[in-house]
Design a protein around this ligand. Structure first.
Ligand code: NAG
Ligand code: NAG
Ligand code: NAG
Length: 392
């Protein structure tokens, strides 16, 4: 049973299963697609050197894999496939585009017995609400399911779904195996990991960790009404190359963007209610330096990797550490300096303390003047385009 967004690969792999071919020269009969010659990054190339043949997979499955053009397992596949085949629960962190789907589909297909006429899988791909409905109506019988996969587990275990997921698990047979794949690792996933649903899960972590190293973090105590004024002061005092300003809702993003424009600063804004395509375009333009400030809700799940952004402002302070880290943190490889400023109202006090504790970091009161060497790149480090970056 799989919960997944991308199941076209499953169908492609699966459709090849019935075409069993015999003989030793099965490899010669493969119809391989043209070689993919695109440049690959280390998250798909830094492998241990395993081969798909090392996993003793069914011949027809191997053929399907090769005919998909997959030559060697990617790192996440090398980590997952043997463990998943052994029946152990898995909790894996890896980003999109690194071969996650193959990491669970291959062991899943290997373990299917087509002669058994029930879900073990045969495979069901479903959204949680729908499958639960079918289970409760007695249409989907899942008591002999041996493997359940949750792709994008962070979404499936969020408050909206976790109750449904727990309900579904309660219908599965004994000895079922659960595989969780997630790009992020919020508290909801951590809670699930230590719950009784998983049995000593094997943990895989191929994510580049976000770090707060090099980021100087300050807070300023304000009332709600003082926030815009405070932001204005920051704009006039700081040497901002590019900034990202976070709000906690779509409406507040739109309102603040309007205020910032009225103050005479240029800004773009994006939030979750905008069309993805449009969001991407705005973000792309921002990344290319077309505008100095970006106001947004939490849209980045992996930190902001834009070198030119040297100031991040939490106009609304986040409620949990995971969100804070995603807003402020950078992936270590950039070794990048920056400033994070948090506007804190009396309601945020406890969150401030708890986030500091959880992330083992120090958020200091904002001083009267901030040393530029903490967040402004030195001249000569990188070109600064004066014309483009003159203050409005
Ligand atoms: C991964 O891909 C899925 C589906 O293509 C998408 O919904 C999700 O937001 C992506 N996650 C990340 C962290 O990029
Ligand atoms: C967002 O922040 C405002 C001001 O602090 C607060 O009144 C509101 O309840 C918050 N909304 C959410 C969804 O947290
Ligand atoms: C400032 O931003 C511009 C535009 O994104 C970029 O080209 C430039 O390198 C940045 N300067 C610094 C010092 O980061």
């Amino acid at each position: 049973m799989t919960f997944s967004v991308a199941f076209n690969w499953l169908i492609a792999l699966f459709s090849l299963v019935p075409f069993i071919r015999f003989g030793d020269d099965w490899k010669k009969s493969l119809q391989l697609p043209p070689k993919d010659t695109r440049v690959r990054t280390s998250d798909v190339t830094s492998t241990k050197g395993n081969e798909f043949e090392d996993y003793c997979l069914k011949r027809e499955l191997l053929m399907g894999i090769f005919e998909m053009g997959w030559e060697k397992p990617s790192p996440i596949q090398e980590e997952s496939i043997p463990i998943a085949l052994s029946g152990r629960d898995i909790l894996a962190r890896a980003k999109n585009g690194t071969g996650k789907s193959g990491a669970y589909l291959i062991p899943m297909l290997e373990r299917i017995d087509l002669k058994k006429d029930y879900i073990q899988v045969h495979v069901v791909i479903a959204t949680p609400g729908r499958i639960l409905d079918l289970i409760k109506k007695g249409v989907a019988k899942v008591d002999r399911v041996q493997m359940m996969v949750m792709d994008e587990a962070d979404k499936l275990l969020s408050q909206d779904f976790v109750v449904l997921i727990e309900d579904i698990i309660s219908f599965l047979g004994k000895g079922r195996q659960i595989l969780l794949y997630s790009a992020t690792f919020p508290i909801s996933v951590q809670k699930f990991m230590v719950s009784s649903h998983l049995h000593k899960p094997y943990e895989i972590n191929l994510m580049e960790e976000l770090t707060l190293k090099g980021i100087t973090q300050y807070y300023a105590y304000v009332t709600e009404r003082q926030k815009v004024h405070c932001l204005n002061t920051l704009f006039s005092r700081l040497q901002i190359n590019q900034s990202i300003i976070f709000c906690n809702s779509t409406q507040r993003v739109e309102l603040l963007a309007k205020k910032i424009t009225q103050l005479g600063y240029s800004c773009f804004y994006i939030h979750a209610k905008m069309m993805q395509e449009y969001r991407n375009r705005v973000f792309h333009d921002f990344r290319n330096g077309l505008c100095r400030n970006l106001v947004c809700t939490d849209l980045f799940t992996r930190g902001i990797d834009i070198q030119a952004v040297n100031v991040v402002i939490n106009f609304d302070f986040p409620k949990n550490a995971e969100t804070y880290l995603h807003r402020i943190g950078r992936s270590g490889r950039f070794g990048h300096l920056g400033l994070a400023i948090n506007l804190i109202t009396s309601e945020d006090r406890f969150n401030l303390k708890s986030i500091e504790d959880q992330l083992v970091t120090d958020i200091k009161p904002i001083p009267g003047s901030i040393d530029k060497s903490l967040y402004v790149a030195l001249p000569g480090d990188r070109p600064v385009h004066q014309e483009t970056w003159r203050r409005p």
